[in-house]
Design a protein around this ligand. Sequence first.
Ligand code: PDD
Length: 286
Amino acid sequence: MARQAYVNGRYVPQSDAMVHVEDRGYQFADGVYEVVPVVRGTLVDEDPHLDRLERSLAELRIAMPMSRAALKLVSHELMRRNRLSNGFLYMQVTRGVAPRDHKFPKAATPALVMTTRQTKPHSAQQLAEGVAVITLPDIRWKRCDIKSVSLLPNVLGKQAAVEAGAFEAWMVAEDGRVTEGTSTNAWIVTEDNKLVTREAGDAILNGITRTALLRLVEHEGIAFEERAFTVEEALQAREAFITSSTNFVMPVTRIDDKPVGNGHPGLLTLRLREVYEGHAAGAGAP
Ligand code: PDD
């Protein structure tokens, strides 16, 4: 059967799935989204993703489109219909449909769309060799903690990375410190062997993978610091990696065309990838 999408109360073939031309997500990027990984048919960290969805919506004063229990039912039904085993679930909520006018409409019903995507395992070559990142000025707004569908700087950044032969772009604030990747959080293992990632705040999206990994790291008794780091510090680092729902823990071995450490994925990075994979597979979660 053709892949299905959920659109405002209906399951429809994805090829026929449409939203209204005056959906405020389409006209104003007035909405938020979540990408939830799926491993062996199970959503990874479903509740933390729904917590973040609720938070993003609350920050924009958009109502939840349905109760959390109903959202879970729809997610699971869509995954069942699409026989999703490994990949991700995408959910997007916008303020709804209304005649184009910047201010909030008086009465609009939040619009909810969900899709799923089956994905292949992460590329063995990328895991063995690590990936390259470039650095770019962070030109985003001051509320990057909201998982808004307004992603133009991220789109431009990722495209610049691809055109430079890299996998990701790390965005750098005016003070020279890395905020995060265009769709990933950024981590390093410093010269003196400390695991470092930027603290959660308005400058980054607080990744669910980031949060889960910090909990796992704590459980493993590995020391870490939540603080910003500069590009220079990253270039001196022993190891670097990125995290996200679609990449899990992915080693970074080049920054702006210079090798990180010995140019190979770091030992701690590889260990953390294994630890996270165990968590994602439902085993060994603390
Ligand atoms: N991106 N930072 C940004 C800007 C992101 O867009 C994402 C996720 C992350 C990592 O968050 P998480 O660990 O919760 O996936 C960090 C998703 C995967 C995307 O836009 O496709």
